[in-house]
Design a protein around this ligand. Structure first.
Ligand SMILES: Nc1ncnc2c1ncn2[C@@H]1O[C@H](COP(=O)(O)OP(=O)(O)O)[C@@H](O)[C@H]1O
Ligand SMILES: [Mg+2]
Length: 235
């Protein structure tokens, strides 16, 4: 397994956000984690990247225990998060934002190579290289956020609600691109409230509710699950 969470519990202050989550992500997998606002999805992503410590449990990456490894070292191993709300450097250009994602790259040549790859995935980011991030549309900003994560050359790409606030047609385009990136072999964990489209895209999926996994399985099974249909798709 590329990523394994074992009985992970996460608290903010005295308040438990995630209770006892056990899940694993195989190399090359595309995993969706869906659930309502406040379910603990972002907490889980923060714990995987090392941005918040876990209360108990274990996190393994590529067979190695990374439970207490600092965030920067986990990033060095290839655990890369595109955070909720995009978190761009809003006064910097598209290219500067992308280059920031490659700050751990070993050389300038390698950084340029990654930039060319990201431009191939998101051609618009090449056209808009000099544009200041805050003047972009929401969809373009999400491309920058995803592109910046790719610049870190992830072995595991974590995407926290990339579709938030985007028009449906832009979401379609973004999800098509994620599908292509996955097709090239990248392992992806996608956190979303957009349940239908995430389950259509992912191979396996988990439903997180009130900090606990409610359902797990192949995404297409969850897509047909009666509980999912009533609770998340309104039929
Ligand atoms: N920094 C924080 N301090 C205190 N409580 C937090 C913090 N971050 C999240 N929480 C709480 O933890 C729970 C899970 O939040 P979060 O992980 O953001 O869920 P989701 O991403 O699924 O919306 C919520 O009850 C939220 O209020
Ligand atoms: Mg969240």
């Amino acid at each position: 397994m590329l990523l394994e969470l074992e009985n992970v519990k996460i608290a903010h202050g005295g308040v438990t956000a995630v209770w006892d989550v056990t899940l694993s992500v195989a190399p090359g997998d595309f995993v969706a984690i869906v659930g309502p606002n406040g379910a603990g999805k972002t907490s889980l992503m923060s714990a995987i990247t090392g941005l918040v410590p876990i209360q108990s449990g274990k996190i393994r990456f590529d067979g190695n225990d990374v439970t207490i490894l600092p965030a920067e070292q986990r990033a060095g191993l290839g655990i890369v998060l595109s955070p909720e709300g995009r978190r761009l450097f809003s006064d910097m250009s598209v290219e500067e934002n992308l280059l920031a994602g490659a700050h751990l790259a070993p050389s300038r040549v390698e950084t340029r190579r990654r930039l060319e790859k990201v431009h191939a995935v998101f051609p618009k980011l090449k056209e808009r290289a000099r544009q200041i991030a805050k003047t972009l549309s929401g969809g373009e900003q999400q491309m920058v956020a995803s592109g910046r994560a790719l610049m870190a050359q992830p072995r595991l790409l974590l995407l926290d609600e990339p579709s938030l606030g985007l028009a449906p047609i832009i979401v379609d385009e973004l999800f098509r691109t994620l599908n292509e990136i996955h097709g090239d072999g990248l392992t992806i964990v996608l956190v979303e409230q957009n349940v239908l489209q995430s389950l259509e895209l992912a191979e396996s999926a988990h439903v997180l509710e009130s900090g606990r996994l409610r359902l797990s399985g192949p995404a297409k099974d969850l897509l047909n699950d009666p509980y999912i249909k009533t609770a998340y798709m309104g039929y």
